[in-house]
Design a protein around this ligand. Structure first.
Ligand SMILES: *Cc1c(COP(=O)(O)O)cnc(C)c1O
Length: 389
């Protein structure tokens, strides 16, 4: 049985008529830059996330870059980021000649460990960028308290977490000073190419973000500040507006699929106790843990990725490929081990949890249209690998 890691075709098929019409409407108007679809998408995202302002941008990466530019980040400023994330989180910091300061992750959630943030703060620290990795919120209460105490801004990298709620029900991206989202096709709300959006509850910051999105100009060809071309395409906005009303249903399906994995791994006797701090039992699979799954909060996790941890990860990856099961390693090299950051002279032993995650984690298919049959086949294949090794 073939189980791809991600298949976007069924989602498109389910909305083909509406999407094709929306795209044709933009083509007929020949209005490709800015315009009504951008403005409406921004309003719709605001009402969905319950935040004051949203500004559509060219990608998730540009969302974070623009956020840091709007906060006047200068060369030499220090920005705290988790060492275990997608490259963009740290890359944008270095592009501004600011210094990324890496922090280890929590071993259960993979998110930045708030207990290890304060020891990295200096007089040069300007921003903390928590990442809501794989679709689960970082520990925002503690992070916001630390930021307030030290007068530091918080830019949330919510690229993988559109619709994710924190334990109190607030949507991620609407908690810190600026939230950054990506509409890359593989995210839970994906466009037909690159795109992103920034969110904020601060009207002054919103205005600055809006101006900096178009080269820092308010009135045509008069430039208040230096910005860039960080615009979202009207075509992308039109597609995203058709998809947004379906987002919660898709995320619910991903949660259902995660429960199916738990059930099948348990039945196969392979599931380790969820959220065990260290993978110390052999021949088991450590399942991802939704730590805020309490009370009435619906989107406690949106499973942009479903990440297990196993021994012999690399061999399992090869085995699953032969079985035609799509899987991938997110992320094999934490920032402190990246060649491009060798100038920072990081001490590898300061990041044990991130190193562990990088060496043992594996992403399994979790997209909404996956069938339980396919999920069972993935689990059966892993069981076969473990029994025969
Ligand atoms: C996808 C992603 C980004 C970047 O988004 P793009 O739209 O691809 O530029 C940033 N941070 C994280 C954690 C991501 O997963």
């Amino acid at each position: 049985m073939k189980v791809p890691l991600l298949d976007l075709k069924p989602q498109y098929q389910s909305l083909k008529k509406e999407i094709d019409e929306a795209v044709q409407r933009v083509i007929d108007s020949q209005y490709f830059i800015m315009g009504p679809d951008i403005q409406k998408l921004e309003e719709e995202i605001c009402s969905y996330l319950k935040c004051k302002k949203a500004i559509g941008v060219s990608s998730g990466t540009d969302a974070i870059l623009l956020a840091l530019m709007a906060l006047d980040i200068k060369p030499g400023d220090e920005i705290i980021v988790p060492t275990y994330s997608f490259f963009a989180t740290a890359g944008v910091v270095a592009r501004l000649n600011a210094i990324p300061i890496f922090v280890d992750c929590d071993p259960v959630t993979f998110n930045i460990d708030p207990k290890k943030i304060e020891e990295r703060i200096t007089s040069k620290t300007k921003v903390i960028i928590p990442v809501h990795l794989y679709g689960q919120s970082a520990e925002m209460d503690e992070i916001m308290l630390i930021a307030k105490k030290h007068n530091i801004k918080v830019v949330e990298d919510a690229a993988q977490a559109i619709g994710t709620q924190y334990k109190d029900g607030r949507f991620v991206g609407a908690i810190g000073d600026i939230g950054c989202f990506s509409f890359f096709p593989s995210k839970n709300l994906g466009g037909f190419g690159d795109g992103g959006i920034v969110t904020t509850n601060d009207e002054v910051l919103a205005e600055k973000l809006r101006i900096m999105r178009v080269h820092g100009m308010e009135q045509s060809y008069y430039h208040k500040v230096v910005g860039g071309n960080f615009r979202l395409d009207a075509l992308q906005a039109a597609v995203l507006r058709v998809k947004l009303p379906q987002l919660d249903a898709w995320s619910a399906k991903r949660r259902e699929n995660a429960s199916a994995y738990t059930k099948y791994f348990n039945e196969a006797g392979l599931a380790d106790e969820e959220g065990r701090l260290k993978f110390d039992s052999k021949n088991k699979v450590l399942l991802p843990k939704a730590v805020y799954k309490t009370g009435s909060v619906k989107n406690y996790h949106i499973y942009n990725q479903y990440i297990i941890r196993v021994e012999n990860r690399n061999a399992l990856l090869e085995f699953l490929k032969k079985k035609e099961v799509g899987c991938a390693i997110y992320y094999p090299v934490p920032f402190h081990r990246q060649e491009c950051f060798s100038y920072l002279n990081c001490k590898d032993e300061e990041f044990p949890n991130s190193n562990y995650a990088a060496e043992n984690s594996l992403a399994l298919p979790i997209y909404p249209e996956l069938s339980h049959e396919q999920i069972k086949y993935v689990v059966d294949s892993i069981a076969e690998f473990i029994k025969n090794k």
